[in-house]
Design a protein around this ligand. Structure first.
Ligand SMILES: C[S@@+](CC[C@H](N)C(=O)[O-])C[C@H]1O[C@@H](n2cnc3c(N)ncnc32)[C@H](O)[C@@H]1O
Length: 279
């Protein structure tokens, strides 16, 4: 099994809660009707649930569920049977303790074998972790994405829908990144590879039909700004509790990502898919 990124990726959830929302959500918020981070994340949860066509009683899987905020939203606000998988034991503990959440399995999704199929799948900012930049340069990312789509197809029922959120570099040419793209790649360490949405379109052929695609810039900029504002506003306290390296590491990555989002080098993509069912 190829190595996947772990740096800055399995931390004390109390540290995350200190500068993200109360649910330690580490993906984009939607700000149109929101004035704070928590409300922005709830609005994004609603968008993902809509994209995945979640109805009352639906069995829904969140791949890379993190601390489980979306799972709780699905269970409590959408009356869904909410199931999660995440490779981080700490995040899984948080997620499993949330209201209404049925089952959280602590596993790499590639080792996951659900006992029952799902009506819908949601997945926010996991795919970046499946590929290193060096692998994308060598064209190996497509097989990773294909494997991801194949697994989700195997785990779902006829008529299922999928909602994906990814950090995207829409214009990247893998062999010749622009200077701004190169700065982003180096800034996030090369181990977490932003996704080119057109690569997903090529990888899901015959398995999932793309139905929706939107690139968010302003929402992503605002989410990152808010994270940085909260992180830097309590820097001393965070250094004291969790150490200089962890806090500085997060701050550096967030600043690189914010620069890239601001300049249009990166964006957050929200994508919807419908399962292609065999006749
Ligand atoms: C950026 S966080 C997003 C968490 C959550 N979806 C959210 O929106 O807050 C990425 C999550 O994916 C999980 N993850 C990364 N690679 C994984 C893998 N191969 N299998 C399962 N979980 C994985 C990490 O542990 C982490 O919780």
């Amino acid at each position: 099994m190829p190595e996947m990124s772990t740096a800055l990726d399995d931390v004390d959830t109390a540290f995350l809660r200190a500068w993200t929302d109360q649910r330690a959500t580490t993906s984009c918020g939607l700000w149109q009707d929101a004035t704070d981070l928590g409300a922005a994340h709830t609005a994004k949860f609603a968008r993902l649930a809509d994209l995945a066509g979640v109805r009352s009683g639906a069995r829904v899987l969140d791949v890379g569920c993190g601390s489980g905020g979306l799972l709780e939203y699905l269970a409590v606000r959408r009356d869904a049977v909410a199931v999660g998988v995440d490779r981080s034991a700490r995040y899984c503990r948080d997620a499993a303790s949330r209201s209404g959440v049925i089952d959280v399995e602590c596993a790499d999704y590639r080792d996951y074998a659900p006992a029952e199929r799902f009506d819908a799948v949601v997945c926010a900012q996991l795919l970046e972790h499946t590929t290193r930049y060096s692998e994308a340069r060598a064209g190996r990312h497509l097989e990773r994405y294909r494997d991801f789509f194949q697994r989700l197809h195997d785990w779902t029922r006829r008529g299922a829908k999928l909602a994906l959120e990814v950090l995207a570099m829409p214009d990247i040419r893998w062999s010749t990144p622009s200077p701004a793209q190169q700065r982003l790649i180096e800034g996030v360490g090369g181990h977490r590879c932003f996704v080119r949405p057109s690569d997903l379109g090529a990888s899901c052929l015959g398995l999932w039909q793309p139905t929706h695609s939107v690139l968010l810039r302003d929402d992503a900029v605002r989410t990152h700004r808010e994270w940085l504002r909260r992180l830097t506003g309590q820097r001393e306290e965070l250094h004291r509790r969790w150490g200089h390296d962890l806090v500085t590491g997060y701050e550096r990555v967030l600043r690189h990502e914010l620069d890239a989002l601001h300049s249009g080098t990166a964006a957050v993509a929200l994508l919807g898919f419908r399962r292609i069912d065999p006749r």
